[in-house]
Design a protein around this ligand. Structure first.
Ligand SMILES: [Mg+2]
Length: 156
């Protein structure tokens, strides 16, 4: 199996546009408009890209045996809008998955499926701006697949 790289989307790949009062549970995050003009533009999306994550995605995609996954808690109805931003940034990712709430449970379900392929995943790297999510992922992976080396990166 290849090494697997998993990147959150909001505030991990881009500094997401939002109204000042948008809480994590705000309907803003479920609206297609949140990822369209005038909030984010196709020809200047790079201006909200977070450079360390951007560089790491390019690097990960360039290594010979890797899978790069964008795994976002945005609802499945916004998969296209998220994919559009990824393509505006010309990021070479293999798959974009929008799983919705409850975010940690739904992301863990994807990670569990990845780990339960025929062959073991030797290395899994996860980038996210939410430290509590990273902790949950790390604990679950250590439990499910003790021989997989896990690296987490907290994006701030
Ligand atoms: Mg995020």
């Amino acid at each position: 199996m290849p090494d697997v790289y998993i990147f959150d989307f909001d505030d991990t790949i881009i500094r997401s546009p939002r109204p000042q009062d948008a809480s994590p549970t705000s309907s803003w995050w479920r609206s297609p408009e949140s990822l369209k003009q005038p909030h984010i533009k196709s020809d200047s999306a790079w201006s909200v890209a977070l450079p360390h994550t951007y560089d790491r995605i390019i690097e990960a995609a360039g290594s010979c045996d890797s899978i790069v996954v964008v795994l976002t808690g945005r609802p499945p109805t916004l998969a296209k809008e998220v994919s559009d931003v990824i393509s505006w940034l010309e990021l070479p990712v293999d798959v974009v998955m929008a799983v919705g709430s409850p975010i940690v449970d739904n992301k863990l379900a994807v990670i569990w499926k990845l780990l339960n392929q025929d062959e073991e995943i030797p290395y899994m790297e996860i980038w996210d701006d939410r430290a509590d999510h990273l902790l949950a992922f790390r604990h679950a992976i250590k439990h499910w697949s003790p021989d997989t080396r896990v690296v987490t990166q907290h994006v701030q």
